[in-house]
Design a protein around this ligand. Structure first.
Ligand SMILES: *Cc1c(COP(=O)(O)O)cnc(C)c1O
Length: 471
């Protein structure tokens, strides 16, 4: 057989795929029982590059040996001592759906290229819209590649609704959005991409719990108007990335309604709590937002990237990109739900809905609630443990699964920033835990986000001991 026929052969695929599944099952086992002690096999970027460059120069080789190498040299999100950035350890069924959709590769943008994934996208969007509290008859949603692109998509819709001529005529007036100074940097980036410039991003100060101070919105709006800006949207962080603080949606929604501004709820991380009866109160008022973003690849156990943008009014979703593409859509103007490309930035896009649907089909919505509740309970436990430990301090009582804290032994004069920076670097090099850091009010804090429901309270106690031991 020639090379291409061999490469596409069903027999070769069967053999390689079975071997890969065995490798991944062994991997899951060894992380979960912690027979693999390394969470992050850290290497400097240059060393890692050199390793792979040598591998590449060695020419073609065995696929499963390559996969083994990738597994071994990656950060292990399924390890219970992974507590770093907010990315899920995906459920195995969602990863299998990823394999499935990777091979089928239906491109989504038009119904004919997403016969299954477009209806599934509508179903998962309707479910999320309902949990948010939107009217299922008049709301709608879509999936896109990540919270960053989702935020841009939502803000473009906001602008299209508030300044409808701009898409055709280009920028005529100075537009601005208001956002907390703790918001994710993607809001800033989206605003700059939209041409608002630095002055078009109005940062509202936060209170001592890192929440947007809604009582200042009025004064900031007046100031912006006096400087010739038209504010068209307010972004609420639910929750913020750094500390996991939830902005007050009812107060911000009141303000937006009063001034007819678009309210965008950035729930990339925390919006997931709509699936939990216990934690839904954190986002009460979210049903008053005009648009909401929720990442399925954070607290909802789906592999990256898979993000929902949900609009309170279906019509708004179709205003974002009114564009001609004769070869794609026979009817440009109709608001048909099944041609996903009409509402997304992406043309060809991943079959994300299949991964989400696989989780729901296998385990039901219940598993989402259980995961959220487990992660929050673990964070609360850890916050208690830090509070009780005389040599640690807590930055603030966590509202979510994100905890910021620092090591602060009482003995002698120490520079807390230097000490905690050194601790984080040592943890990275030792690799037995993976945690990150953040800066709050100019001080460096250690930061964990508990993403793995198989993390135990024992692992959290062990983290405090590990920190004491590495310095
Ligand atoms: C993670 C996050 C984002 C960015 O989402 P990506 O999926 O990483 O692009 C935006 N906002 C908040 C609040 C986040 O936590």
């Amino acid at each position: 057989m020639d090379l291409l026929s061999t490469a596409y052969s069903a027999d070769a695929f069967r053999r390689q795929a079975h071997a890969l599944v065995d490798q991944l099952a062994d991997y899951l086992q060894s992380t979960q029982d912690q027979s693999t002690q390394t969470v992050i096999p850290y290497q400097s970027p240059d060393d890692s590059y050199q390793y792979w460059q040598a591998d590449f120069e060695a020419g073609t080789g065995d696929l499963n040996a390559f996969f083994e190498d990738v597994i071994k040299r990656s950060t292990h999100l399924h390890h219970p001592r992974y507590m770093g950035h907010q990315v899920s350890p995906p459920l195995p069924v969602a990863a299998l759906a990823g394999l499935l959709s990777g091979l089928l590769n239906n491109g989504m943008a038009v119904y004919e290229m997403g016969l299954v994934s477009n209806p599934l996208e509508r179903i998962v969007s309707e479910l999320l819209a309902q949990r948010i509290g939107f009217d299922p008859q008049t709301s709608s949603g879509l999936l896109t590649s990540g919270g960053t692109l989702a935020t841009l998509t939502a803000l473009l819709a906001a602008r299209a609704v508030q300044a409808p001529d701009l898409w055709q005529d280009g920028t005529q007036e100075k537009l601005a959005v208001m956002v907390s100074e703790e918001a994710h940097y993607c809001v800033d980036r989206a605003a700059r991409i939209m041409g608002l410039g630095a002055d078009g991003i109005i940062k509202i100060p936060v209170n001592n719990r890192f929440q947007l101070r809604a009582e200042l919105l009025e004064a900031y709006l007046e100031q912006a108007r006096a400087r010739g800006f038209r504010v068209f949207a307010v972004v609420a962080s639910v929750c913020s990335t750094s500390t996991g603080a939830y902005d007050s949606l009812p107060a911000i929604a009141d303000f937006c309604e009063q001034h007819r501004l678009w309210l965008h709820a950035d729930g990339a991380h925390g919006g997931a709590v709509v699936f939990s009866d216990t934690y839904r109160h954190l986002v009460s008022g979210i049903e008053r937002a005009d648009s909401v973003v929720v990442d399925w690849h954070k607290m909802l156990m789906v592999p990256a990237l898979a993000t929902s943008v949900i609009f309170r009014r279906n019509d708004d979703a179709f205003k974002t990109f009114h564009q001609q593409a004769q070869y794609l859509w026979a009817d440009q103007q109709s608001t048909d739900w099944f041609n996903s490309g009409k509402r997304t930035f992406e043309c060809t896009k991943l079959m994300m809905s299949v991964k989400i649907y696989a989780v729901l089909k296998t385990y039901g919505e219940q598993i989402l609630a259980e995961n959220i509740e487990r992660l929050h309970a673990l964070a609360a436990y850890f916050a208690d443990a830090v509070t009780k430990a005389p040599d640690f301090t807590l930055a603030l009582r966590p509202e979510s699964n994100i905890v910021c804290f620092r090591y602060q032994p009482q003995n002698g004069e120490v520079d807390g920033n230097e000490l905690n920076s050194r601790i984080r670097q040592r943890l990275l090099e030792e690799g037995r835990f993976y945690i990150v850091q953040t800066t709050l009010n100019g001080n460096l804090y250690l930061r964990i986000s508990i993403m793995n429901p198989l993390t135990t309270t024992g692992d959290l106690d062990a983290l405090l001991d590990e920190i004491r031991g590495v310095i």
